[in-house]
Design a protein around this ligand. Structure first.
Ligand SMILES: Cc1cc2nc3c(=O)[nH]c(=O)nc-3n(C[C@H](O)[C@H](O)[C@H](O)COP(=O)(O)OP(=O)(O)OC[C@H]3O[C@@H](n4cnc5c(N)ncnc54)[C@H](O)[C@@H]3O)c2cc1C
Ligand code: SF4
Length: 339
């Protein structure tokens, strides 16, 4: 079928939308700014709650979108609104006229160095959830010394639920990611003590609670309710963490070989930039604004512009894939004049 359908973002949301549209007989166009498909999931190692390999998800989607027109290393230079369509100019000089845009531009990880009190980028032994996934994938990171991994701490809610960080929203996936990563570290370093410092634990998804209970029962991971008040560095390079255990009312001080910051999900600047070009509104949480947050989360207020995945807020992989399938159906109905 001839209609141009432009999908901006080649993460799992963009890929699944494209795969569904290919099944429906269309030939969608994927515009991806990086040099590979898969978005953030391509950076993850194993996925909660089943520990399935992230690479399998990306590989399976990549095989299903091979029939699409895919532009890698390509950005949107500008978008002009025509009467019933859009003219999209790509950074490679190609211009596409289309009635249909699917925004699948995803999220960005909160920049942990903005929370100076946690010492990311200052103290040697502080890393983020993303850095730890990189180590799970490659085994390479100078902060992790196999022979000196006796105590590790995780700090929840870094850049989320935090007025000072200008993000009062919960990022939804980081509690369960901390549980997953804590288990994985314990599997690699069975003798290490592992602590998770949390304000609330949000185990909202299928099997998440089981995963959390297993982390305590089977792996001895300690969950301490209390915000970390201070992080400093020892003379030997280890980090000292101070917090108040709000359940026991006692102060806690731990000396750790590694501190992992659970950076939250925020709207990416790339999303906002393209949204501004297409005159799409931004919601009060900083993510792209849907037509309606209950009934029409995957529709933008502009006719012919749809959303899929984490560009509208924190989402898990299954939620992202479900939205992408719904977005593809919406596109199909729009083309048929039924939307
Ligand atoms: C630390 C961490 C671990 C996680 N682990 C899990 C897990 O184990 N299980 C699970 O279910 N979920 C997990 N998630 C959530 C998961 O990462 C998201 O559900 C998923 O990445 C959302 O996919 P997406 O395609 O919407 O966005 P993204 O993955 O962000 O992909 C967006 C894509 O769009 C591209 N892009 C952005 N702007 C533009 C532009 N202007 N032009 C062209 N291209 C653009 C980007 O380069 C990127 O490739 C985790 C999240 C975090 C933060
Ligand atoms: S999911 Fe957990 S760690 Fe993440 S912002 Fe929400 S409460 Fe904090």
């Amino acid at each position: 079928m001839k209609e141009n359908i432009v999908i901006i973002g080649g993460g799992i949301a963009g890929m699944e939308t494209a795969a569904q549209l290919l099944d429906l007989g269309y030939k969608p166009i994927i515009i991806e700014k990086s040099d590979h498909l898969g978005g953030h999931v391509a950076d993850w190692n194993r996925l909660f709650p089943d520990m399935s390999p992230a690479a399998d998800v990306v590989r399976s989607l990549a095989s299903r979108v091979s029939g699409a027109n895919i532009f890698l290393n390509t950005e949107i230079s500008f978008i002009n609104k025509l009467k019933d369509s859009y003219n999209i100019m790509l950074s490679n000089g190609i211009s596409i006229v289309t009635r249909i845009i699917v925004m699948a531009t995803g999220f960005a990880l909160f920049d942990a160095s903005k929370k100076e009190e946690y010492g990311y980028g200052v103290y040697d032994q502080v890393m983020t959830n993303k850095d730890l996934e990189h180590w799970f994938n490659t085994g390479e990171d100078p902060r992790i010394n196999d022979s000196a991994m006796n105590a590790v701490g995780f700090v929840h809610c870094v850049g989320s639920r935090d007025e000072k960080a200008r993000n009062t929203q919960c990022s939804k996936v980081c509690c369960i990611t901390a549980v997953k990563q804590a288990i994985e570290l314990k599997q690699k370093f069975p003798d290490a003590m592992i602590y998770c410092f949390y304000m609330d634990l949000r185990m909202f998804g299928k099997k998440y609670e089981d995963f959390y209970i297993g982390a305590q029962r089977d792996y001895g991971i300690r969950f301490i309710r209390g915000r970390v008040s201070e992080v400093s560095e020892n003379i030997d390079g280890r980090v000292i963490v101070k917090a108040e255990d709000t359940l026991s009312g006692k102060p806690v001080k731990a000396t750790l070989d590694l501190l992992v910051l659970m950076s939250g999900m925020v709207c990416s600047q790339d999303s906002t930039k393209v949204a501004n070009m297409a005159r799409l509104p931004i919601d009060t949480d900083g993510f792209l604004k849907s037509r309606d947050n209950v009934m029409d989360i995957i529709e933008s207020p502009k006719e012919g512009v749809f959303y899929a995945g984490a560009c509208t807020g924190p989402k898990t992989v299954p939620e992202t894939l479900a939205e992408a399938r719904a977005a593809a159906l919406k596109v199909h109905l729009f083309i048929k004049g039924l939307e």
